[in-house]
Design a protein around this ligand. Structure first.
Ligand code: AMP
Ligand code: MG
Length: 350
């Protein structure tokens, strides 16, 4: 298949290009487009065949359900059975935006979208390109991250091209994703909202709106047989680069010293070493590839750079990567959740 790549204005998408992308979706094809979190791989969310194509293109396990993307509030009623009051409040506060909510599903939503579950995950994105394409298609659009399953999520069109060129109909290039980590997922189908995946909309932000919010305990540590994440996709070791990644925590001086000692040892064995640093520390490391995620306190910048850097380590065929860690609070929880997965929970406390 020949994958068309079209460049679009991210703030003010050209209407003729939007219509072209929407036509592909209406005809059962697949279109990757930018959202404020990561690039999504769109297909008609009510069409079993289109969804099957999404799973095939990504190499995604069929038990890992898709998120349906809508472009106006009224669309929600047609795809869910019930909107609980807390869901309504969270919607009002955070939609459009990087929040996905899990609701009891309506019959029109095929089980092939939900991985056989009786619930459906829905998001109302805020990115002008995503909104315009979804609106023009007139459909709820299934839109998982537009990467090959197991790779870091794509934060720019070149990442999508690298993974999916030849496997999908179209890539709409609208520049870099602003937030760079996948949406927060919150299950509102029970008594208390439960966070199934941390993201830009934090526990604290939601608690300000609805009171108590819980976090699925299985996402805070390495999944085990008895502790399985409620979001089926969270059990997979996503986002791992080919290199062996290790998080290193402790006071700043000890972290730098330890990582430089490890680098020296690896160099004796002829290995290539990458370091995931921050602006404050990047000049202090002796790794072969030292990338700064941004300023230590700037979680937005760190989130936006994480996947890009993980992909670069693959590109440079680095053998080992050492990464600084961040506070697991607020938006830092999402960053640490992704970093832990990339590291397979390997961590050195110094
Ligand atoms: P992605 O679209 O690649 O960001 O991944 C979607 C994530 O949403 C995966 O982790 C899924 O397991 C999760 N998800 C989708 N639908 C549901 C649902 N009905 N219940 C729980 N988690 C879901
Ligand atoms: Mg994904």
């Amino acid at each position: 298949m020949n994958t068309r790549v079209i460049k679009i204005n991210p703030e003010n998408p050209e209407i003729d290009l939007v219509v072209e992308a929407a036509e592909v979706l209406k005809n059962g094809g697949l279109v990757a487009f930018p959202t404020e979190t990561v690039y999504g791989l769109g297909g008609n969310g009510l069409d079993t065949d289109a969804c099957k194509k999404i799973y095939e293109a990504k190499g995604r396990p069929s038990d890992n359900p898709l998120i349906l993307h809508i472009s106006q509030f009224s669309e929600l009623r047609s795809i869910v059975r019930e909107i609980p009051p807390m869901g309504e409040k969270l919607m009002e506060a955070f939609w459009p935006g990087p929040l996905t909510m899990v609701f009891p599903k309506a019959d029109v939503v095929p089980l092939s979208v939900t991985g056989g579950l009786d619930t459906v995950a829905v998001r109302f994105p805020t990115h002008p390109v995503a909104l315009a394409i979804i609106r023009a298609s007139g459909l709820p659009i299934a839109g998982p991250s537009a990467n090959s399953s197991g790779k870091p999520s794509p934060t720019r069109a070149s990442h999508v091209e690298f993974d999916l060129s030849g496997k999908i109909d179209m890539i709409v290039d609208g520049g870099a994703s602003h937030w760079g980590l996948e949406s927060t997922i919150v299950d509102v189908s029970g008594e208390v909202p439960v966070i199934l995946r941390p993201g830009a909309i934090t526990k604290e932000m939601m608690e300000d709106i609805v009171g108590e919010v819980q976090i699925d305990p299985a996402i805070l540590s390495k999944p085990t047989k008895d502790l399985k994440p409620k979001a089926p996709g969270m059990k997979y070791t996503h986002y791992s680069p080919k290199a062996e990644v290790t998080m290193v925590s402790g006071d700043a001086d000890s972290v730098v010293k330890t990582i430089n000692e490890l680098v020296a040892n690896h160099h004796k064995e002829g290995k290539t070493v990458g370091v995931m640093a921050t602006e404050e520390t990047k000049a202090l490391y002796q790794g072969d590839y030292v990338f700064s995620l941004g300023n230590r306190e700037d979680f937005e910048e760190i989130g936006a750079n994480l996947y890009k850097h993980l992909r670069k380590f693959d590109f440079y065929e680095v053998d080992f990567v050492y990464a600084e860690v961040f506070a697991e609070e607020g938006e830092g929880l999402a960053i640490m959740n992704r970093l832990q997965k990339a590291a397979g929970y390997r961590r050195l406390d110094v």
